[in-house]
Design a binder for this molecule. Structure first.
Ligand code: GLN
Length: 542
């Protein structure tokens, strides 16, 4: 039996407390103490995966190397830790039930009535334990939702049982709650946290550590009161105040409250001293930028702060690489259809058009890309953004009037983006796109190759439509290079413009492979070009 220890992170009082971020920060702290960590999220909704959910419902869908479409919290895990993630790192009620029902049909429970307890709970426990192995010290399992949700109950019951199987001393329950500050009473209120812990205890889980999110620092007295009422040790109430600058401050804040040592002690882990110097260095750059650039992100779900989470993070990382504050102007693509792009995009140093689905806002994105192309504004297109760049070039440079993607219209005179054979016969919508890590070969001397500094790369995909290979020659002759191709030369993965300071568009999602101290090469290249543009702009106005 492996000696892997388990940490369970639950949330109470309200949703959106940043459980994913806190879990990732805990993972980072433990890794910096030399421990080998695995991260996992359990989502109680019934969808088999979040791949078919609208970004309005659940924010971005985060894609892993193996093509798993997962919850955006896994993005935090990858950006903060080195825990390898796979399909097994994100499980939902839908997946659990599917697996149990498949077993039932195969006759694996012959003779039994199949029930939530023990069959569903056993399946959940097996998913959690799957990540334990002799080369893993700690598995951190985050439970989605809020304590009290009906659909979360089987998961809580399952994690309640795990200490009975592997020993209480090998498990740690961390509960994250909110301590609201009531202005009228000039007081921080601990009652919702007490209720939330009470609910957990009714289920049979006594949290070992409470992490409380606060708007204002609580102070020792309030923490001691919470400890007493919630039945946890005084030093196990950790504050996580709102951060002013950056989410990358969270781990350092938790460390200051001694969270890493608390976990090491409670789980009897053999860990080294902590080294957060590199992390503190990134943070220093975030706090002390030397430059400012202004980047327009022209997309579709701009009011939802999580719809393009990884894009914003990737821009921040590129900013860290150049000690630059990246000011993002979120522009709803449809606005560009109503208002003059020159006005909406005034004072912008770079334009990024991210991925998306469906035709709303497409013409606005195309207008933004045209402006970038004609005015030498650095442009970065991602997935749908690349497809729009191809459509724009076809229409306005190659003269292919009404060129389009067959995603947006059945009758397209010039289908420059279309479905290729593999996708034509697909009927199911779930997990049937071109998904996951694929190799791409770069053209020597291209901007892409200069940024990456190597001839071959692996990047993650999530799309159905592709550049139509029938038009490739025409594009290249017209000045749009196909600078990244699949190894068999059939699929166009990158296009770029020859006579433009920086116009690169990619069919894949580079935003899923970036870290604060290791910015993605294309994002770094884009911000570098935007900095040049910004300096030119300053000189012109002087
Ligand atoms: N809708 C496009 C496709 O399916 C682009 C997808 C995306 O941007 N992720 O090909």
């Amino acid at each position: 039996m492996s000696h892997t220890k388990h940490i369970f992170v639950t949330g109470g009082v309200v949703s959106s407390l940043g459980k994913g971020l806190t879990s990732a920060a805990i993972g980072l702290l433990l890794e910096r103490r030399g421990l080998r960590v695995r991260m996992q999220k359990l989502d109680p909704y019934i969808n088999v995966d979040p791949g078919t959910m609208s970004p309005y419902q659940h924010g971005e869908v985060y894609v892993l190397d193996d093509g798993a479409e997962t919850d955006l919290d896994l993005g935090h895990y990858e950006r903060f830790t080195n825990s390898p993630l796979s399909r097994d790192s994100n499980t939902t009620t839908g997946r659990i039930y599917r697996s149990v029902i498949e077993k039932e049909r195969r006759g694996e429970y012959l003779g039994n009535t199949v029930q939530v307890v023990p069959h569903i709970t056993n399946e959940i426990k097996a998913q959690v334990r799957k990540l334990a192995s002799p080369d893993v010290d700690v598995v951190i399992t985050e439970l989605g939702g809020t304590v009290g949700d009906i659909e979360g109950l089987p998961f809580l019951e399952a994690i309640r049982q795990i200490p009975l199987d592997i020993g209480r001393q090998n498990c740690l329950f961390i509960h994250l709650t909110l301590i609201p500050y009531l202005k009228a009473a000039a007081e921080a209120k601990t009652k919702p946290t007490q209720h939330s812990v009470g609910q957990l205890r009714q289920i049979g889980i006594q949290p070992d550590v409470l992490i409380v999110r606060t708007e204002r620092e609580l102070g020792r007295d309030a923490r001691e009161k919470i400890a007493l009422f919630c039945n946890v040790e005084k030093n196990a109430v950790i504050e996580e105040p709102d951060k002013e600058f950056s989410i990358y401050e969270v781990p350092l804040g938790l460390m200051e409250y001694g969270l890493d040592q608390l976990i090491v002690d409670k789980l009897h882990l053999r860990a080294g001293p902590i080294d957060m110097s590199e992390w503190a260095e990134h943070l220093h750059k975030v706090r002390n930028p030397q430059h400012d650039v202004s980047i327009a992100v022209v997309g579709k779900y701009m009011q939802h702060k999580d719809a393009y989470k990884s894009i914003y993070e990737a821009l921040d990382h590129a900013g860290i690489a150049h000690q630059t504050r990246v000011q993002v102007k979120r522009i709803e693509a449809e606005e560009l259809e109503r208002q003059d792009p020159e006005v909406l995009l005034a004072g912008i140093d770079g334009i990024l058009v991210p991925g998306g689905f469906g035709m709303r806002g497409i013409e606005g994105k195309i207008d933004a890309i045209r402006m970038a192309r004609e005015n030498d504004i650095p442009f970065f297109g991602i997935c749908l953004g690349m497809q729009c760049a191809v459509i724009e070039f076809a229409r306005n440079v190659l003269g292919l009037t009404d060129a389009n993607s067959t995603e947006f219209s059945g009758e397209v005179p010039y289908p420059v983006i279309c479905l290729l054979n593999d996708q034509r016969k697909v009927v199911d919508k779930g997990a049937t796109m071109r998904l996951g890590s694929q190799e791409c070969r770069l053209e020597p001397g291209s901007k892409a190759e200069q940024c990456y500094g190597k001839p071959s790369i692996w990047e993650r995909h999530r799309h159905r439509y592709e550049f139509n290979p029938e038009y490739r020659k025409q594009f290249v002759e017209g000045g749009m290079n196909t600078s990244g191709l699949s190894p068999d030369h059939q699929l166009v993965e990158i296009v770029e413009l020859e006579n433009h300071p920086w116009f690169v568009a990619v069919q894949y999602h580079p935003e899923f492979k970036t870290k604060p101290g290791n910015a993605h090469p294309l994002f770094a290249g884009f911000i570098e070009a935007a900095l040049v543009r910004q300096q030119q702009r300053v000189q012109l106005t002087l």
